[in-house]
Design a protein around this ligand. Structure first.
Ligand code: PLP
Length: 464
């Protein structure tokens, strides 16, 4: 399979290079050149598969020509082994036609594990085939850092350095990063904000000599391999609710638009989907786009669902590329406009294409607490604040009542215990595998917000 950039100028690459490159050289994001479409009968045959087998069956075509092609099922078996539920992504029923898809059974209790565990194994395989090493540097405000560390810990060809803003991530999130006892994992608390951490990472990526010296790589959600792995749980949920013989609707709490875009990919691969309900918190650039057709940057304010506190949803660019008939030059013009003037407007035909499948909704912090409270009261289920935004998106959907709705539960409630307790009076317990999180020793270095010092640290800890 070959992959092309959404901005039309970077060279096409195969799977292995797309995995290691992340962002395309022209600033765009990679997408497969064509969608491997499955017939209704092919989807039906996948109903009997385990989650790992389904993952291999769904993603196999993307690996054509990759060094991993002959053992995709080996990768998937290994990736989903550490999950704490035999179904990997089980569902519970919320009301007569709404289900909660629990995407928090991986090592760090958020849905990012479902993709990053796969990516960790893929790095291992591809790097050892190429006899190369990489250094991963990332900034995190919470969930991504811990999921990336869990995916890369102990891997021979990878060193991982994660920057977090000192004193500004929750204790659970910090401990999930700093208690990992592996020589290739390095946590740095930066004396600054999340934006400072991100600016440091960006500056390191812009330093071409430094970047080449240490084989710098990233694991953020613009990596195609993450999107690919996330298509699987859309198929898994639909197949257990009568798909592909009836369409299912998905409600997705959204930040970078990566998760919901994976659902779109599953639909492009022939999975019948009724609609995608896109939920935002008070940082509602997407909801405003759905209302007006204009994507306009505003400031970011902290909310109860911090993983969705974003200024721009970077993966929306992939949907634009599709809606503009894969016109890379048109996408480049829109994205240039966004960085120059802080805004772009989607042309009518593309806007209609998007509106035929996606609807937006928003929920502020008060509403989030109200949904957590009512879900607990009505069905006895504790949900996290991100999931609450998804539940609201499902509730506000204007759909035929016979269409089953699946809400993505993107984090375990115990990851955000303060918000859950404030709403319900009940403090959620960590699952058994993490019950000793508060007793483990933490390992973390501290650095000032100073590029030269951070770069020296990264060099010293990279084994490339
Ligand atoms: C990352 C994250 C999200 C947002 O996912 P996107 O793919 O960026 O839309 C939602 N909920 C939780 C718990 C997350 O960690």
């Amino acid at each position: 399979m070959r992959f092309q950039s959404t901005r039309g100028q970077a060279t096409e690459l195969g799977f292995d290079d797309v995995l290691l490159t992340g962002l395309a050289r022209d600033g765009g994001l990679y997408l497969p050149k064509s969608w491997p479409k499955r017939s209704i009968d092919e989807w039906r045959k996948m109903r009997c598969l385990s989650y790992a087998q389904l993952a291999a069956a769904v993603t196999q075509p993307f690996f054509a020509g990759s060094t991993v092609e002959s053992d995709v099922s080996g990768v998937m078996d290994a990736a989903y082994k550490p999950f704490d539920h035999p179904a990997v992504a089980p569902m519970i029923q919320l009301d007569s036609n709404t289900w909660l898809l629990e995407l928090f059974h991986g090592p760090t209790l958020a849905f990012k594990d479902y993709a990053l565990q796969v990516v960790g194994h893929l790095f291992d395989r591809v790097l050892s085939a190429k006899n190369e090493r990489i250094t991963i540097v990332g900034a995190t405000s919470g969930d991504t850092g811990s999921a990336a560390i869990a995916a890369c810990a102990g891997r021979d060809a990878v060193d991982i350095i994660i920057l977090h803003p000192k004193g500004r991530v929750s204790e659970v999130q910090r401990r999930q990063m700093t208690t990992v006892d592996e020589a290739n994992v390095h946590n740095v608390a930066i004396d600054g904000t999340f934006d400072d951490c991100q600016a440091l990472v960006k500056a390191m990526f812009n330093d071409q000599a430094f970047r080449d010296d240490i084989h710098l790589s990233a694991v953020n959600s613009i990596n195609w391999a993450r999107i690919m792995a996330q298509t699987v749980y859309y198929a898994s949920a639909a197949l257990s609710l009568g798909g592909p013989d009836r369409p299912v609707a998905f409600a997705v709490p959204t930040g970078n638009f990566g998760n919901v875009f994976a659902g779109y990919c599953a639909a492009r691969m022939g999975l019948p989907v009724a609609s995608f309900q896109v939920g935002s918190n008070r940082n509602d650039i997407l909801t405003r786009y759905f209302e007006t057709g204009a994507m306009t940057i505003e400031g970011v304010e902290p909310s109860l669902s911090p993983a969705m506190d974003i200024q721009v949803s970077s993966n929306f660019e992939r949907l634009l590329f599709e809606a503009y008939g894969r016109d890379g030059a048109a996408v480049k013009r829109l994205m240039d406009g966004l960085w120059q003037s802080g805004s772009y407007t989607v042309e009518d035909s593309a806007r209609d294409t998007i509106a035929s499948q996606f609807r937006g909704s928003r929920l502020d912090d008060e509403g989030t607490k109200a949904v957590i409270r009512s879900t607990y009261k009505d069905v006895g289920q504790l949900i996290d604040p991100h999931t609450a935004v998804g539940v609201h998106a499902a509730q506000s959907a204007d759909l035929d009542p016979s269409v089953p709705k699946v809400v993505m539960a993107t984090a375990h409630p115990a990851k955000f215990p303060d918000a859950v307790e404030a709403a319900t009076g009940v403090r959620p317990d960590l699952p058994p595998a993490l019950a000793n999180l508060y007793d483990l020793e933490e390992r973390c270095d501290e650095l000032p917000n100073d590029l030269a010092k951070v770069q020296a640290y990264v060099r010293a800890h990279s084994r490339v």
